[in-house]
Design a protein around this ligand. Structure first.
Ligand code: EPZ
Length: 425
């Protein structure tokens, strides 16, 4: 059995790119649509599902609960959760996927109880779940914390008002989804506004929910008695689209990124304008073009519609190739800049001021070396760095990259990247 841990990418840098690359369905939309199916009666057909590890994990966990989930074609699944027969989330499977926490809320609403192991933290941060727990309590649930799991019960949940102490994407989605079947009115204030949230709300409303305000800081939900199946499609992955656009600019190449929503990436276009990158936007495509010289700039991540934290590491790689001094300020996760030591190892001039800020001087040539992928977004950023580096780069722990990017080596080879997936065992 080949263990994912033994797989690695070998990349030979400085190849010119050309051609087209199509964007997959959004991981961070699909990871909320599957759990929402717990509250919906009947067969739900979900299309444009990315075939990535995180999605396979959430399916595994739901099948372990008894849900009937079938792959009916590539990127297409049929889900029926009527056969769920237990409310204990599998402690072997939960730590592999932080987003598995999205199952707890719907399970609590549907079955009145859920046994939830502590979800894992990860390299980008402690990933606390305090806001989830306080939200469940506000709906009227009771929580018993044991050493390795939470027992959450709530037979008479009631609509409530929740002001999120931090603009949390998954908390916004969890409470919005739960409230669709909780009697009474729920108001979520200081809600996140990422595009995946209105997309999830639209799907739930088509099933019979009464959600208004998704995509704004205040979401109102009127509980209904039941939700009935309707088919849905996962929206394009804006983080993948943005990463490919950064890749084209970085490689000073003309590539076309298709099947995407440029309007979900206005913060990236604003940053491209600041560094004087050359690109063209269509209704559902992006074209990058070579620029003579890119200018350094400061970058600060921010909740949507600000610059997404998930694009910070690819953009930081780009900043190492811009002329002048840049500062990157990561405001969302406390551990999301530690990968920069690997860029320094490749030749970048990066100084860490504190866990949230680095200063970059560029441009500096990058050189191939052996690195390990810390998390999925930094792993993808290392691929970008390897693509412009002189020589060969070896990236280990590529399971982290396969978590979020479907067949990434195949798709990159199709636009000219010299990348091979090899088994190191
Ligand atoms: C979602 O994570 C995404 N994951 C992340 O993408 C993304 O980086 C993040 O939103 C920000 O855009 C999914 O949608 C599955 P948060 P989420 O709650 O919801 C703190 C990727 O690479 N917080 O918006 O978990 C938290 O520590 C992943 O695809 C609490 O304090 O992020 C952070 O500092 C990585 N208590 C801040 O809120 C809580 O109970 C915002 O995080 C929950 C979060």
């Amino acid at each position: 059995m080949i263990h994912e841990k033994d797989m690695k990418f070998i990349i030979n840098g400085q190849k010119p790119l050309n051609g087209e690359i199509s964007v997959s369905g959004a991981k961070n939309h699909a990871l909320k649509v599957f759990p929402a199916c717990i509250l919906i009666n009947g067969d739900i057909n979900i299309s444009n599902v990315p075939e990535i590890e995180d999605i396979h994990r959430i399916i595994e966990i739901m099948q372990d609960l008894g849900a009937d989930i079938k792959k009916i074609a590539d990127n297409q699944y049929k889900v029926n959760t009527g056969s769920i027969s237990k409310t204990d989330l599998n402690p072997e499977l939960i730590p592999k996927l932080r987003a598995s926490i999205m199952l707890a809320g719907p399970m609590l609403v549907k079955y009145g109880q859920v046994k939830m192991p502590h979800p894992g933290g990860c390299v980008i941060g402690k990933r606390p779940i305090d806001i989830f727990l306080s939200g469940y309590k506000k709906f009227g649930a009771e929580i018993i914390e044991n050493d390795d799991h939470y027992l959450i019960t709530g037979k008479n949940l009631k609509g409530t008002e929740i002001f999120l102490p931090m603009i949390s994407v998954t908390n916004t989605e969890t409470f919005m989804t739960m409230a669709t079947l909780i009697p009474g009115k729920t108001i979520i204030k200081n809600a996140a506004m990422e595009p995946e949230i209105p997309a999830l709300a639209e799907f739930l409303n088509l099933c019979g929910a009464k959600i208004t305000g998704a995509g704004t800081p205040t979401i109102e939900i009127e509980g209904v008695n039941e939700l009935n199946a309707t088919d849905t499609a996962i929206i394009p992955d804006r983080i993948e689209a943005g990463t490919f656009a950064i890749m084209g600019v970085l490689a000073k190449s003309k590539i076309k990124i298709t099947n995407c929503e440029p309007k979900h990436l206005e913060s990236l276009w604003a940053m491209f304008d600041k560094i004087e990158a050359r690109y063209k936007l269509g209704k559902n495509y992006i074209e990058t073009m070579p620029a003579i010289e890119l200018k350094a700039t400061n970058l600060k991540t921010h909740e949507y519609p600000g610059f997404p934290t998930d694009l910070q590491s690819p953009f930081t790689v780009l900043l190492t190739q811009t002329r002048g001094m840049s500062m990157v300020h990561e405001t969302i996760f406390e551990g999301r800049l530690f990968y920069t030591d690997k860029l320094s190892k490749m030749g970048a001039d990066i100084i860490m001021c504190d866990p949230y800020r680095v200063v970059i001087n560029g441009p500096t040539p990058l050189y191939g070396t052996k690195v390990e992928s810390p998390d999925l977004r930094a792993g993808m950023a290392l691929i970008l760095a390897a693509m412009v580096a002189q020589g060969t780069t070896e990236i280990d722990n590529i399971y982290q990259i396969d978590r979020g990017y479907q067949k990434i080596d195949e798709r990159l080879r199709n636009i000219g990247v010299d990348i091979q997936r090899i088994n190191d065992a």
